[in-house]
Design a protein around this ligand. Structure first.
Ligand code: SF4
Length: 478
């Protein structure tokens, strides 16, 4: 499993907010990708209503997950491929390492895969003495920098052209430039040698189709096509939820995925892969292995509150519109998945207590639900997680947290249902506010415990006359 630093959410978020370069990059990302998504859905032949239909397709697939996965496996085995169901990260890694050792693999080229990030596959391969090269340009940059992706589809979004230029001077020994075509040519040259000498290609899977028995990957650089056709051995890692029942569903979801991810009609390259090279084919691997990963997904499947999270096709549309992600960036979330999807998936994968701040940090503005191509109700699941943290939950081994907050809301509920007492407290607040540091009719700093509110903004002083008093004075009746 990759490093988990969800406990540092607050301090990392603060660092992200203070990083001006990151702020500009996040703004540009959300303008470039986020704003075009709704229009891209409108331009669909079926119109934006296809999102609801896609929700239904995903629900049906998840309800029949066991049957569909078996059908996919059967179809792939029928073409000479091998399928392995991995219960957790270590089972998936062991399978891949055993395969690499037994086939004397020395070099691996990888297409972008969030699932292999989730299980920390690169570190395990490198520790076994295998050279691993990420071939997606963004992932290649991140790997050279020794970092983790900060966005699902744009992993190096937090880096400027100058950062990349300096990195390439250090790691690729080229003269400094911040010209994107020159930098891209340098990366291509470095990667071409790796492609030609790799023994194993590893990719993720955007979607799989049970009916036809193939997996589909999208890229905009053609690197996945090379990773899947040049090496003699191919391994695909797939989260077990990424399955569709029929080819029509697969087609609709693929179109939605490209629109949600980058407001594109379709990605530049679409690869359909269903097994090793057949006798009549010129290209393709001699061996094909599909690793289908559970790693906590069965627990989500078993809980009706969170089953909907398995409908996710990891398009990142929710990141591109989220006001919280747009300020703090992906690294603050402390795990592979960031933004609204990460705020739900990560607590469910690493434990709600350990990642409590992630689901509390989101605003519940519902922009993620509106942008999601499969209409997932993320705000509802954020509330479910918060309720779980407030009340505790045996099935998920969740300890109750924030008892003071619970007490505060209990007190608040009591006050608002007792008008006289509420009025007294209102008066006390009015006079209490006079004792706090003020300027121009605004409170500059609240007392400890409440001072988070005034950390970056002032608070208006309470009005001298409350709404209830004004209402009474107006003589109006309800
Ligand atoms: S929750 Fe929806 S918008 Fe977010 S990554 Fe998943 S499918 Fe895309």
């Amino acid at each position: 499993m990759m490093d988990i630093s969800t406990e540092k959410y607050r301090s990392n978020a603060r660092k992200g907010i203070e990083n001006r370069v990151l702020q500009k990059a996040l703004y540009n990302l959300q303008v470039r990708f986020g704003r075009g998504t709704a229009e891209a859905y409108r331009r669909l032949p079926e119109g934006p209503e296809l999102r609801r239909e896609a929700h239904r397709m995903r629900a049906e697939a998840i309800e029949n997950l066991d049957i569909l996965l078996e059908r996919l496996a059967e179809n792939i085995r029928g073409r000479g491929g091998q399928v392995y169901f991995a219960e957790d990260a270590s089972a998936a890694i062991d399978y891949c390492l055993n395969l690499a050792r037994s086939r004397r693999v020395r070099r691996v080229v990888k297409g972008k895969s969030m699932v292999t990030e989730e299980i920390g596959l690169n570190d395990a391969l490198i520790a076994a003495g295998i050279d691993v090269a990420e071939t997606d340009l963004g992932e290649f940059i991140i790997q050279l920098a020794g970092e983790h992706p900060s966005h699902i589809i744009a992993p190096a979004i937090h880096k400027t052209r100058k950062d990349i230029g300096r990195l390439f001077v250090e790691k690729l020994s080229i003269p400094f430039t911040d010209d994107p075509p020159t930098l891209t040519r340098a990366a291509r040259k470095a990667l071409r040698e790796k492609f030609l000498s790799a023994d194993m290609g590893i990719t993720g899977c955007n979607l799989a189709c049970a009916e036809t028995g193939h997996i589909t990957t999208l890229s905009n650089e053609g690197n996945i096509r090379m990773s899947t056709t040049l090496p003699r051995l191919q391994v695909v890692f797939m989260g077990m939820e990424r399955i569709t029942a029929r080819l029509e569903d697969h087609d609709a979801l693929l179109r939605l995925l490209a629109r949600g991810a980058a407001a594109q009609t379709m990605a530049g390259y679409v690869s359909y892969i269903g097994g090793p090279r057949q006798g009549w084919e010129n290209d393709g691997p001699e061996e094909f292995h599909l690793v289908i990963l559970d790693n906590g997904r069965s627990r989500m499947l078993a809980d009706p509150r969170f089953r909907e999270m398995l409908y996710c096709i990891r398009c990142a549309a929710c990141l591109n519109v989220c006001p919280v992600y747009g300020k703090i960036g992906g690294h603050a979330y402390g795990f592979t998945y960031s933004g609204p999807v990460g705020a739900v998936v990560t607590p469910l994968m690493v434990g709600p207590n350990r990642a409590a701040d992630l689901c509390r940090g989101e605003t519940l503005c519902e922009a993620c639900k509106d942008a999601c191509p499969v209409d997932i109700d993320i705000p509802r699941m954020l509330l479910e997680l918060r309720a779980m943290l407030a009340e505790g939950d045996r099935a998920w081994k969740v300890r109750r947290t924030a008892p003071l907050e619970k007490m505060f809301y209990g007190l608040w509920a009591f006050l608002v249902t007792h008008p006289r007492l509420y009025h007294l407290v209102q008066q006390a607040t009015f006079w209490g506010a006079k004792l706090m540091p003020r300027h121009d009719g605004r409170i500059r700093k609240l007392p400890p415990g409440l001072d988070g509110w005034t950390l970056s903004r002032d608070l208006p002083e309470p009005a001298a006359e409350s709404f209830r008093q004004r209402w009474k004075r107006s003589g109006l009746s309800v």
